[in-house]
Write a protein that binds this ligand. Sequence first.
Ligand code: NAP
Length: 293
Amino acid sequence: MILIDGKKVAEEIRKDIKIQISKLIEDNKPLPGLVTIIVGDNSASQVYVGMKSKTCIELGMNSKVEQLSGDISEKELLEIIDKYNKDENYHGILVQLPLPKHINEEKVIEKIIPEKDVDGFHPINVGNLVIGKDTLFPCTPYGILVLLEKYNIKTKGKHVVVVGRSNIVGKPIANLLLQKKENANAIVTVCHSATSDISQYTLQADILIAAMGKPKFITEDMVKDKAVVVDVGTNRVDDQTAKKGYRIVGDVDFENVSKKVSYITPVPGGVGPMTISMLMFNTLKAYNKINKL
Ligand code: NAP
């Protein structure tokens, strides 16, 4: 069994981005910039935004965190997004989700111009992804694609089973792998909460992608021998022996499943670290496109 080291691959991607930014600095070019907008004081969101901003700075990009009050109106938030749509210093705009209930997430996502939508959630970018055009792809699914490529795991003609159909993971990874492209070209099955007898599908998977948010749901008996398993799940489970009182586990029962597969991503250290690296990648990609480089 080969452990897919997402931390290592994510680090390689960051190194490469840093080199590209050093060249921009040498040439006295303006720097790529990412603005992260956060509404309210959700502690998990604060941590994620802090990590994104820190990584931007480490790579030499401009980073701004726009911290807004939890009771800001939807109209005010949309106006702030529009201000950044027009601001030439920022090439990526990310609104940290979830948003407070009085704000319509769809309206917010659609307000960001597709050129700066580094999360890849705007319907124009989603549409481009589905029809196979190069665009800003959502970070977590794109990270999975890169991990498979880096480990030379061929997807052409392989049966990929995705468990989960969210707009941020399940649907985009299914669509990316379906494309008639070199690093895709797979036969894709998508399972969800209305799928009865999930094992019937997962047992057929050459590549199984678990993205449900259900701790250790995928057990040994649900996986084919020598399959490739990608675990997107990031679930907090109580653990009084841990310093924080909890630990993070995936959607896959790693201990037992890892014994029969050919490749597997651990949690933590698999898909997770790729997400921020792909966000940085998207910010640089947006910068290059906006500046016609
Ligand atoms: P989500 O929006 O809650 O979607 C979960 C999906 O799983 C839904 O499509 C749901 O089906 C399906 N599902 C739930 N229970 C199921 C069951 N028992 N059997 C079959 N399907 C089931 O979650 P998400 O945002 O996609 O995230 C999924 C997991 O990935 C979470 O643990 C999340 O924390 C993690 N995640 C990690 C990263 C990262 O950077 N590593 C990024 C994003 C998400 P229905 O559509 O029918 O409800």
